[in-house]
Structure formats: structure tokens, C-alpha cells
Design a protein around this ligand. Structure first.
Ligand SMILES: [Zn+2]
Length: 99
């Protein structure tokens, strides 16, 4: 016996059911989210001349990944430097910054 058309029609899945299961929202998006890399740390050069551009929290030295910076306290005309890469001369008055 053949099934009457009016009975079979509601059983048939919607035309887009397969697309919803395997489409862009079907799983590949979730996997990409799990493996997305974390943002890289903000890196700065071991030294720069702009005295107004003080190191900001979270920034690191691009050479040694250091987080301590210094600049002349009384005459900060030469910018900021990484403590590890370019140590301050002994006896020099400095201002320090930890990021
Ligand atoms: Zn450094």
C-alpha cells in the first residue's frame, strides 16, 4: 500500500535540516574558538627615545621579555630603556616603571 501524500509530507525533514547540522555553525566554529591563539603580549623595543611614551601595563621588552623600565629622573631626554638589556649607569638618578 502506498502512503497517502497528506500523511508522508509532515514526516519529511525540512530542506535545510542538513545544512544546519553540517554548516558553518555545525561544529567547525566551535573547534576554531577552542584553538584560537591568545593575544600576544605587547612588545616594546629595549629602548626608545620618546620620553612621553611611558611603558604601559602588560608591555614587555621584545628582546628579553623584561618588565622593568627606567628613564633619567632629572633629565629624561633619552627616553625609556629596559633594565635587563640596558642597565642604568651606577649613580644615575632614575625613575622606574614595572609593567
Ligand atoms: Zn630587555
Amino acid at each position: 500500500m502506498m502512503v497517502p501524500p497528506e500523511t508522508a509530507a509532515p514526516i519529511a525533514p525540512p530542506a535545510d535540516a542538513e545544512d544546519l547540522a553540517t554548516g558553518p555553525w555545525g561544529g567547525s566554529g566551535g573547534a576554531a574558538a577552542l584553538t584560537a591563539p591568545t593575544p600576544p603580549a605587547r612588545l616594546r623595543a629595549p629602548a626608545w627615545a620618546d620620553t612621553a611614551a611611558a611603558p604601559q601595563p602588560g608591555e614587555r621588552c621584545s628582546t628579553c621579555w623584561g618588565r622593568w623600565w627606567w628613564s633619567e629622573r632629572d633629565a629624561p631626554r633619552r627616553g625609556w630603556r629596559c633594565w635587563c638589556c640596558i642597565p642604568a649607569p651606577a649613580g644615575l638618578g632614575v625613575r622606574e616603571c614595572e609593567t
